[in-house]
Design a protein around this ligand. Structure first.
Ligand code: FAD
Ligand code: DLZ
Ligand code: SF4
Length: 523
């Protein structure tokens, strides 16, 4: 099936955005097949306002087209603008106006968009066309925005742990009466093992989905229209339908969940996924309901096929972090995107787009990102994010780079994770301290340093690890801002052990690194 339903007047025009591909969305409540129509728009602007990874473009367009076909098979009236339609005006604003003029609806209805910018655009388009826009709560998430606001309103500072326990109680997840299953709320202490490369090779990789005709058509279109975008469509194997997403979930629960917890922080050269789920893009496009994911993990714990440290660690990511991050986004936008606690202003180095650097950890992580549009949490936080933080890159630029490079990035989830958690640009809204560390952390959790020309222990001189140099420089530079944070006292005590001469040498070496790293930029 393809294309779009013949145009006639609609009562309600229900807008479905590229990350809203769930049929049980509130936008479809009281949908009347005889009177209402769906509008889906592929638009050039969303693919070009920042450069976008070819895998990300393929994922969105292919999943949208599959969802369109499923709706049409059900008999719903769907107006679908493909990127290559001659009449396509190229942006949400202009396409909404065009379709409102054609169908003359009484109301536009949309689920809560995943991006503040898009919400504002739709509101403006509605005003311009004099058509009422109804924005419905996004039921995909466990926590509605009002409940998060209430949670935040009762507290001076936000803390993931407090929110997460509230969510566990409220949703009766991993609870025995009023206490946590297993007697502990948190198994993080058990979840920090390093993994040897020889053991990583045996882990079953996530389910791979062979592109069908629709996906292949999209891949060709992406290569044709966006030849200069990062990456290559050839390696595309992500789930693009709810059925495929369900299969990916079952595969994870069976093969990787049992050891997810123990090795969740490990990094191994050439092994992008390890025990991770690779479910983020399916969830973020709403092909997969987080409740189904959490319930499947809890069931694995109940039937003894996965231990509590793994199941709790995994549930914490979804019921805790994912919901918390979304809550912060809508609580703090639009001001949040301008926050920059350290006043960091450097551009993103070119090698963060190409991987052309001698830092083996960065090289490997970026090459993997180019190949799969994916890096796992610790690569994001403690390699790529850490490098940008220590160097002093503008946190909003890091977020924009992140949106460009990752298949699972949508504004609501990328911004608080990148600008907040990894760059501490929000001054401590998401995290309680900056995730600042030297090359020694990477050495402890990966095999990258063994093949690197730098020495993670050395901060100065030839062969010094740039992470280690920049780490000490970062602490010295930002002492005024974070020196009193009690959770960082040990780090500052260690800095104080360095004499004046050493500190000067660090400062000079760091200045050289910054100069070299930013002398070439990509954009
Ligand atoms: P797993 O390790 O298997 O985790 C399971 C699920 O938990 C993920 O699929 C995801 O849905 C959820 N999750 C875990 N941590 C977080 C978190 N901090 N915030 C939200 N959800 C979380 N996740 C995104 O989905 N999109 C992003 O754009 C994104 N940007 C990030 C940027 C940085 C700097 C960091 C540190 C984290 C970011 N995350 C983001 C969170 C996390 O890294 C990814 O969700 C995860 O790596 C995706 O791989 P996975 O599905 O294999 O996850
Ligand atoms: C990421 C993306 C891309 C590349 N293209 C489209 C598109 O053509 N149409 C669409 O509806 N959504 C697209 N998206 C997702 C949007 O950029 C944005 O993240 C969501 O609309 C937010 O809800
Ligand atoms: Fe990365 Fe430094 Fe280790 Fe090299 S030595 S891999 S740059 S942490």
């Amino acid at each position: 099936m393809a294309g779009t339903t013949p145009t006639r007047k609609a009562r309600n025009l229900v807008i479905v955005l590229g990350d809203q591909l769930n049929r049980d969305s509130a936008a479809f409540d009281d949908f009347d097949r005889d009177a209402d129509a769906v509008l889906m728009m592929e638009v050039e602007h969303e693919a070009t306002y920042i450069p976008q990874h070819k895998l990300r473009l393929t994922l969105f367009f292919s999943a949208m087209r599959h969802f369109r076909d499923a709706l049409m098979e059900e008999g719903l009236r769907v107006h679908y603008s493909t990127l290559e339609d001659d009449n396509n005006r190229g942006s949400f604003a202009e396409e909404v106006k065009r379709w409102v003029n054609k169908t003359r609806p009484e109301q536009l209805i949309v689920g809560q968009p995943g991006e503040f910018r898009v919400q504002e655009t739709l509101e403006q388009a509605a005003r311009d066309t004099d058509c009422e826009l109804v924005i419905r709560e996004d039921r995909h998430f466990y926590c509605d925005l009002e409940s998060f606001r209430e949670h935040a309103g009762k507290r001076k500072t936000l803390l993931l742990e407090t929110f997460y326990r509230e969510m566990r109680r409220r949703n009766a997840v991993l609870m025995d009466d009023d206490g946590p299953v297993g007697g502990r709320w948190n198994y993080d202490q058990d979840n920090r093992e390093k993994l040897a490369a020889r053991d990583a090779g045996d882990i079953k990789a996530p389910r791979s989905f062979k592109p069908d005709d629709i996906t292949r058509e999209v891949m060709a279109m992406v290569e044709r229209r966006f030849p200069h975008s990062p990456g290559d469509t050839g390696s595309f194997d992500y789930p693009v339908t709810a059925t495929q997403a369900g299969a990916a979930l079952r595969d994870f629960i069976k093969h990787r969940l049992p050891r997810f917890g123990t090795y969740q922080d490990a990094m191994v050269t050439g092994e992008p996924y390890l025990y991770h789920s690779r479910l983020s893009s399916a969830m973020n496009l709403h092909l997969l309901d987080p409740r189904d994911v959490v319930n499947a993990a809890v069931k694995a714990c109940e039937d003894g096929s996965a231990p509590i440290n793994s199941v709790e660690g995994f549930v914490r990511q979804i019921l805790g972090w994912r919901e918390f991050i979304r809550g912060v986004y809508w609580l703090k936008m639009p001001g949040y995107q301008r926050m920059n606690a350290f006043g960091a202003d450097l551009p993103m180095p070119a090698f963060m787009w190409t991987g052309e650097t001698e830092m083996n950890c960065v090289h490997n992580s970026v090459r993997q990102l180019i190949e799969h549009g994916y890096a796992h949490h610790i690569q994001r936080l403690m390699v790529l994010g850490l490098y940008a933080l220590l160097l002093g890159v503008d946190p909003y630029e890091v977020h924009r780079w992140h949106l460009s490079m990752y298949v699972d990035a949508v504004d609501w989830v990328s911004l608080p994770n990148v600008l907040g958690m990894s760059q501490y640009g929000d001054g401590g809204v998401v995290g309680t301290k900056p995730y600042a560390a030297s090359g020694n952390y990477i050495h402890r959790m990966s095999d990258y340093c063994g093949d690197c020309c730098y020495d993670p222990k050395r901060a100065t001189g030839e062969g010094a690890c740039p992470f280690t140099t920049l780490y000490w420089d970062f602490l010295s530079r930002n002492r005024q801002k974070i020196g009193r944070n009690r959770r960082m006292s040990l780090q500052f005590k260690n800095l104080d052990r360095k004499d004046k001469q050493e500190r000067r040498a660090i400062r000079e070496q760091a200045a050289g690194l910054k100069q070299a790293a930013t002398s070439k930029t990509y954009l």
